[in-house]
Ligand binder design. Structure first.
Ligand code: ABU
Length: 498
């Protein structure tokens, strides 16, 4: 009876009755989790039950007690936690790049938590390390690299940072030992004005300064303009600076735009610059024969690629990968040879101790959930998933265009980002122009607030350099069907028509 028991009645403390009591406790917990999974997939359940932080704080008992609470209380705590958790796997959650709840990947995450190991050495994670080798090799093959090296990193931002570090290391191998003093001149990197902010963060973190992360203008669809890149490279060269790194984004965060990799690769080749492709978001389309080209054409010419399976592929958070054309660079860049972990005289081939390739020590096991999911779906299953997401996006665009009085489509998407404004009744007769855009931009967060209060739907919004707030709808969940898109549009109209 969990009502009277506490943690000391569980394994490993309770050597007499620990096994059955632990089993009962975990089975109860699993019931709680399964109920969350059921609700997540039930369109009659809300996406969220929103409360302001101060109210939420009052409604929950979050205090850390001096004495143990009962096992039943822990189960109740778990129930309450999930009651107020946003159901990011709900078919009407369109808010983030990572939407959906892939149940095989979730099962993998459960196993990962149970195995509770660290990914730095083969000796404590033998099967997982081998899985990492196999899956990373497969991903490099899909990119079009022959050989090379990869690592799973804690998020796309850190993956981009690994690419930056490797690029600088290749150009200035002495930097690792001597630091800044070995670089005579100002290093400069390039990225489009639509890139993920983590690219600029590399410049801040690594001593270039954000002023030396040059923003290359993009076209009206958010794609880097290659001629502008070349102009800005020449401009900095004329100043005596050292351009060394170009980031091309394959799937920008807001508009879902793909920078044209081929002409950017030509420029990088001409000026001997490292080309990194941040495909954290759009990388999933590499798995689709229908949509890969021309969006990702030329990616095999890059030096490094970030690709996040926790986005389009639907692996559970988090699962981010970075891939390198050249083998050995990651290790030589980041290796610190900690003697207590990476001994060279172990009984096995120590090249399987991947931990010395990264700047972190402890590394979470992010591979098992992806490996299991990939086994379940096969590469064909992922291709079907990508094609279906794009098909649903095309459906949404068609529906929006069919109601031009109520919705204003901002651009034809290249990916599953649908950017639009909802037009309330009172603005429908106003001609579209900068003034109406300002008003639509004011309405957008109000409508988002209504949506969250109603709990029926979640869509993200943001301004960009040329527009006030607009909605960015993401279709990256396998749970979504056409009827959910119909619901989304009808619900926006219900909540915002005034
Ligand atoms: N780092 C990109 C995630 C942003 C988003 O989900 O909107």
């Amino acid at each position: 009876n969990t009502a009277l028991l506490t943690y000391t009645d569980l394994l490993p403390y309770n050597t007499q009755q620990g096994v059955p009591i632990t089993r009962e406790f975990l089975l109860k917990l699993i019931e709680v989790l399964l109920e969350f999974v059921r609700q997540t997939n039930d369109r009659n359940c809300k996406v969220l039950d929103f409360h302001h932080p101060a109210d939420m704080r009052r409604m929950l008992d979050l205090d850390i007690p001096d004495r143990p609470v009962t096992l039943q209380q822990l189960i109740d705590d778990c129930c309450l936690t999930l009651k107020y958790q946003v159901r990011t796997g709900h078919p009407r959650f369109f808010n983030q790049l990572s939407c959906g709840l892939d149940l095989v990947s979730m099962a993998g995450e459960w196993l990962t938590a149970t195995a509770n190991t660290n990914m730095f050495t083969y000796e404590i994670a033998p099967v997982f390390i081998l899985m990492e080798h196999v899956v990373m090799e497969k991903m490099r093959e899909i990119i079009g690299f022959q050989g090379g090296d990869s690592i799973l990193a804690p998020g796309g931002s850190i993956s981009n940072l690994y690419a930056f570090l490797a690029a600088r290391h290749r150009m200035f191998p002495a930097y690792k030992q001597k630091g800044l003093s070995c670089i005579q001149g100002q290093l400069v990197m390039y990225t489009s004005d639509q890139c993920h902010y983590s690219v600029k963060s590399c410049a801040a973190v690594c001593g270039l300064g954000v002023d030396n992360c040059v923003e290359v203008p993009s076209d009206s669809r958010g794609r880097m303009i290659p001629s502008e890149l070349e102009r800005l490279i020449l401009e900095r060269k004329a100043m005596g600076h050292i351009p060394f790194f170009v980031n091309a984004t394959a799937g920008t965060t807001v508009l879902g735009a793909f920078d044209p990799i081929e002409p950017i690769a030509d420029i990088c080749q001409k000026y001997k610059l490292w080309l990194h492709v941040d495909a954290a978001w759009g990388g999933g389309l590499l798995l689709s024969r229908k949509y890969r080209h021309p969006r990702l054409s030329g990616i095999e010419r890059s030096d490094s690629v970030t690709w996040n399976p926790h986005k389009l592929m639907g692996a559970l958070l988090q699962c981010s990968t970075v891939h390198f054309k050249e083998d050995g660079l990651l290790l030589s860049c980041n290796q610190m040879s900690a003697e207590y972990l990476f001994m060279q005289d172990k009984l096995y081939d120590v090249r399987y101790d991947t931990g010395d390739k990264v700047i972190q020590c402890g590394r979470h096991n992010d591979i098992f959930k992806l490996w299991l999911q990939w086994r379940a779906k096969g590469t064909d299953g992922f291709e079907k998933h990508m094609d279906r997401l794009m098909e649903l996006t095309e459906y949404m665009v068609k529906r929006i265009k069919s109601m031009p009085d109520k919705f204003h489509l901002i651009l034809e998407p290249e990916l599953v980002n649908v950017s639009f404004w909802y037009v309330p009744t009172r603005l429908r007769s106003v001609p579209h122009g900068p003034e109406r855009e300002q008003l639509l931009g004011q309405i957008t967060p109000v409508l988002k607030g209504r949506m969250m209060t109603a709990g029926t739907l979640m869509i993200g919004y943001q301004p960009d350099d040329v527009r006030p707030n607009f909605f960015r709808n993401i279709i990256s969940s396998a749970a979504v069907v056409e009827a959910d898109i119909d619901f989304l549009l009808a619900e926006l109209d219900r909540l915002g028509h005034d």
